[in-house]
Design a protein around this ligand. Structure first.
Ligand SMILES: C[S@@+](CC[C@H](N)C(=O)[O-])C[C@H]1O[C@@H](n2cnc3c(N)ncnc32)[C@H](O)[C@@H]1O
Length: 286
């Protein structure tokens, strides 16, 4: 594939030379107009529909309804509209995902594996925020996990729309059994993907990622979290989906059990993130 040095790439690079690391938010918003990340409308616009219906009901029936019912409709309306804003502007369902930490590939270069890349939100985030990186986007590309008609073609279209077409390759595959040779990548990340797997499958994935990363390679996981944002927007989910144990503790334990060293953890709205490293050398033989 020809290497394309796109205009937005140039913006990133020149800004980095000026000391800034990311594209401004306005440009990220502009991306969402020319990309289709494919999330089902019920996720991206369902809350808005509920909010608008509640507010319309309030407007139409305000003289006939009991004040308690009117107050209820007003609250549902406000909740729906506010949740829609959070989904768009804080959870970034329809935007490239900015990298949450400057410590992931700080040199801006390297071979990166995006696990469960889907329609490319995180792939584009890496390509944009780490201007000399190349990404291999791996996914089952099945019809589940909130993205109907999930496909490598859609990912490539989005990456091309962002202007990064020459720096990505798509691989259909299972993150629990990665179709790559050992020590091929400098870093890997998974955004809202490995956290959808059962514990055993997460551990299989962590072992596989350790195999395909070079010694001292980095793994960044951004996992949906039961924080205040999430509780507000999805108040009915939490019992069965997330369980009750603190999620940070669960992820810490998984990383440590799989032999990684955690170097940073933190949070963004609706998610926690952990950045970890594989050992720099294989353990000495007895
Ligand atoms: C909610 S989507 C997230 C996609 C993307 N990372 C994002 O942030 O928009 C979860 C993705 O994980 C993928 N996935 C789930 N299990 C997988 C597995 N075992 N191997 C590879 N991909 C998987 C799904 O196909 C889906 O594209």
């Amino acid at each position: 594939m020809p290497r394309i040095i796109p205009r937005l790439d140039a913006v990133v690079t020149s800004r980095q030379h000026g000391g800034k690391k990311r594209l401004p938010q306005e440009l990220m918003s502009a991306y969402s107009l020319i990309m289709d990340f494919g999330y089902h409308w019920i996720w991206t616009h369902g809350h808005l529909l509920v909010g608008v219906l509640a507010l319309a009901g309030l407007g139409l029936a305000r003289r006939r309804l009991h004040p308690a019912l009117l107050a209820g409709l007003a609250l549902i309306g406000l909740w729906g509209v506010t949740s829609f804003w959070i989904i768009q502007e804080r959870f970034l369902f329809n935007r490239p995902v900015p990298l949450p930490t400057a410590r992931f590939l700080p040199g801006g270069a390297g071979r990166v594996l995006d696990l469960g890349a889907g329609s490319g939100r995180a792939t584009i985030g890496v390509l944009r925020d780490r201007p000399f990186s190349e990404v291999t986007a791996v996914d089952l590309f099945g019809n589940s996990f909130g993205i109907p008609d999930n496909s490598g073609e859609r990912l490539l279209k989005n990456v091309a729309a962002a202007g990064f077409a020459g720096r990505v390759r798509v691989q259909v595959g299972d993150m629990r059994k990665l179709p790559f040779t050992d020590e091929k990548f400098d870093a890997a990340l998974s955004v809202a993907a490995v956290d959808h797997l059962r514990h055993d499958d997460v551990m299989k994935t962590f072992a596989e990622v350790r195999r395909v990363l070079k010694p001292g390679g980095e793994l960044l996981v951004v996992a949906i979290n039961r924080d205040g944002w999430m509780r507000f927007v999805f108040p009915f989910f939490h019992g069965h989906y997330f369980g009750t144990r603190p999620m940070r503790e669960i992820w810490r334990q998984r990383f440590v059990e799989a032999g990684y060293t955690i170097i940073e953890d933190g949070s963004v709205p609706g998610a926690l993130y952990m950045l970890a490293r594989t050992p720099t050398a294989s353990p000495a033989l007895p």
